[in-house]
Unconditional design. Sequence first.
Lengths: 165, 192
Amino acid sequence: MEQISNTAKNILTAIENKRVTPRSKWYFVLRNSVLWMPGIVTTVLGAYTIAGVLYGILHIQVVQGKYIEAGNPIFMVAAIPLLWVVSFGLFSIISISLLRKTYAGYRHTTLQLLLVSVACSIILGILFYAITQDANDNMVKTYYRYPTQHQEEYYERIFSPQRIN
Amino acid sequence: MQSSLAILTDEKLIIECKKDQQHFAVLIERYIPKLTHYIRRRSLATSDDIEDLLQNIFIKVYRNINEYDTSLLFSSWIYRIAHNEMIDWYRREKRRTTLSLDDEAQDIVSKLFTEEDHVARFSHAEQKQLVIDAVNTLDEKYKDILLLRFFEEKSYEEVADILQIPAGTVAVRINRAKKQLEKNLTKHGTNK
């Protein structure tokens, strides 16, 4: 320890006096995992959103009743689960800001991280949709309440007024 | 022992530090002059402040030694810790970031501008205060970038690693800093 400057000596003494010890490697592994967690949750949430959107668009007649034609752009928008999309957006903001604090997260721009997250969600979403399609159909058949007589008259007035006249 | 350790790279020393504190002493000695210089340029800190800052920086390095990612240069990592410590210090002291460039003030003009008229106009000794004022009225994010790139002579990648921003952002900010400095120099020059 000879030829050491006073400043260096003071620093080493401070380390000793304050009993500073290196934090365990596991502490950082755990911290890094916690930072990654919202990113993973966002991707899964995004995947469910995509699966929901796909189901809504491709099965629009089942969900919206016989008066609505499949492929009508207005009702395709209506089929998008907005709550899921908003949640996905909020989670994306949180997870991207946390991902930037990981070892190499800051090297990528927000747009790059967002694109990767959305791309993963789309791929996973298509997979979810393909896997859960039958289960969703069964769920809609079991739980979906088709329009009552009163509602049917209401839809008729809105969508096909010429028939009433 | 010290002389044999002196030939080791920072990255090797930091790995060995976990087993033997002597290696850490070598790292401390190696970085005290560099960080002292950086802190002096980055602030108007007194010698006591600098000593406290250095102590805090090395304590943080020692405590977080296992966080060091070997894909990164050790110097980038320690400068990052120093940079964050400086931000905390400014917050504690409730001061505005001030670069203390003094004799180096004119260098920034020749380092930043290739246009001969700028260099000729602002490189005279009597323009020193003008340049210092123009630099210190820059946005905070630009001051950091200019200091690291042109005075600490860090590469774009190193600056990116220190400030934890993408390398592309470093290039953009340098360009904007240059434009803002040019504007400030003209403004301060015409006010005089």
